[in-house]
Structures are given as C-alpha cells and as structure tokens.
Write a new protein. Structure first.
Length: 322
C-alpha cells in the first residue's frame, strides 16, 4: 500500500455505457434532430480522475437530451480507469503515456503506438467535430477548482460566460505535448471553437464530484445545447461572486530527479516577493545547481506537485492574477 490522500469518492461502474451508439466504445452521441452546436464533454482523460466519470454517469442517469444540436459524452482512458486500485490510486493515471499530451497531428497520425494513442485516435473524429469542448479533470494536491483555458483569451472569455469556477488560468501550453483543448480550432485565437478544462479539486475529495456536475451543467447551458430550465432545476452550487484570471508566464520543468521545492506546496499559493527562490535542481549536463526564483511580486503557484517528478515534467507553473 502506498501513501496517498483519502479516497472519499466511489468510482462509478461504467460498464453499462461501453456499447454507446457510435461504434466506438464508451462514446455516446445524443442528437436533437435540430440545428445547433456540436458539444462534447469528456471524462477520464486520466484514469484516476473519476469525478468526471461521476458527472457523466449522473448526466446519463438523468437522461440528458439536447434541445438543439448534438451532445457527445465520452469516457476516455477507460483502460487505465479499469486498473484503479484503492491501495495505489495514483498508479492508474495512464498506462503507457499521458493521454492529454498526444493531440498534435505528428503524434496522432505518426508511427508511434501506445494504449493512450490508440484511444486518442479513436476519439479524434469526435474532438475535431466539436464546436465546444469540456474536459473534466482533478488535481493530485489539494487546491480550489481551476478552469484551464489553454493559451488563448477567447477560452477565458468563454469560461467567464460559464460563470465557474472563481479561478481561471491562461497558460503557455505544455512542453511534454499538445493537450486536447489546444488542438486545431480550439487553439486558434481567431477561430469560433471553444474548449476548456476544469480541475475540480483534489482527485478523490467529495466536493470534486459536486464541482464536476455543476460545471458540466453550466457548460451545457452556456453552449445552448441543453434547455436552460432543465439545467436550472438541477444546479446545486452557487456561482462565485467574481472570477479571477491567472496568466502563466513560465513553466518550471524538472531537469533531474534532484528537483525539489523551496517553498510550501500550496495550489494557487502566492510568493509575495520577486526573487524568492521557489525550486532548485541539478543540471545533468553541467552538474551545476539551477534555481528558479519568483519572477515578480505575488507570483502564483499553479498546481505545484512532486508526485509525477521526472525529467521533462512540469512541476509548477508560475503566473500572476490579472
């Protein structure tokens, strides 16, 4: 048994949703038969982040139906999810590689093979067809919910229309590979498509499931795919009084297994003084110490974590509130 945060949520049994109606396992397309947007919600991008699966299971049990356009509900990395182990819940994040780093064409249509790439290739037509996309996630470390809006301002504006959560994030992309919310038109600043990724809280805390359901409902209402009255009758959480945007300026990427933080690991924690040492590492080529310092006053620490430490991994992103 490994040490980990308490698992307060029960992973839902999703086997009944395998067949779907699309020819692709665990993908359901609901068509209103009326003109309207093509909207997609994805859960289980990572197999141990199952608050999103709880939300999709809830939607399907509530018999959600689009009033206009089409609604696609997809359970993504189901093979990793099937390996979830209460004694080692972090182990099922993925099997071969991170499903959310393979969305560039050279990865999707290239020669490499992995379980995650096969699944992404199966879901790629649905992703590319979507006008609006919501990707449901959670975080390893305790942190209040964050809406990740990719790298373009239009998605932050869309998150403000959704109205949740209080904290929005615009970042610089991920050095390990393209995320789904940045693929194609979603990452085009001038394009009509919109995509956001909600980090609902710590992976297995009970409130994460409530945040996932609330965010999905508000997202569906904002896109216009589902009747607003149907959504309103099911909302349980109040919206925040205001939303704040964190704009990331740089990512702190581990160079070796010697990487360590010099400040407390607090999600959306603030380092008050510019120049304060945040983390250090050893450069494997030169053997010299590398130190990252707060680039400005009130530097915000976005999702700092040591859980997935390895060279090339982003350990924290640095930003400022705007």
């Amino acid at each position: 048994m490994t040490e980990h945060f308490a698992v307060e949520l029960s992973p839902p049994d999703i086997r009944a949703y395998r067949a779907g109606n699309t020819g692709v396992d665990y993908v359901h397309v609901l068509d209103s038969g009326r003109p309207g947007p093509n909207v997609m919600v994805q859960a289980l991008t990572h197999g141990n982040e199952f608050c999103g699966a709880i939300a999709l299971d809830w939607l399907l049990r509530e018999r959600v139906q689009p009033a206009h356009g089409r609604l696609t509900l997809a359970f993504a990395n189901v093979e990793a999810y099937a390996r979830f182990d209460f004694d080692d819940p972090d182990a099922s994040r993925y099997i071969d590689e991170d499903y959310n780093r393979v969305w560039a064409d050279d990865a999707l249509f290239g020669p490499r093979d992995s379980i995650e790439l096969r699944r992404a290739r199966a879901l790629q037509p649905f992703v590319d067809a979507a006008d609006y996309l919501l990707d449901l996630h959670s975080m390893h470390e305790p942190c209040r919910p964050i809406m990740v809006c990719g790298t373009v301002d239009k998605n932050a504006e869309f998150a403000r229309q959704i109205g949740v959560p209080a904290d929005l994030l615009l970042d610089t992309g991920h050095p390990a590979g393209l995320r789904m919310i940045e693929r194609g038109g979603f990452g085009d600043p001038a394009g009509a498509k919109r995509a956001v990724l909600i980090e609902c809280g710590q992976h297995w805390e009970k409130p994460a499931a409530d945040v996932a359901i609330d965010t999905v409902l508000r997202f569906l209402r904002t896109t216009g795919v589902v009747d607003a009255a149907w959504v309103a009758s099911r909302l349980q959480l109040p919206p925040p009084a205001e939303q704040r945007l964190v704009r990331v300026t740089e990512a702190v990427v581990a160079r070796s297994m010697d990487f360590r933080f010099l400040v407390p690991l607090e999600g959306l924690g603030i380092v008050e003084r510019a120049g304060t040492p945040i983390a250090e590492d050893t450069d494997p080529a030169s053997g010299e110490k590398v130190v990252w310092r707060a680039p400005y006053d009130n530097t915000v620490l976005v999702m700092p974590s040591m859980k997935h430490l390895r060279p090339g991994n982003t350990q924290v992103r640095l930003g400022r509130f705007q």
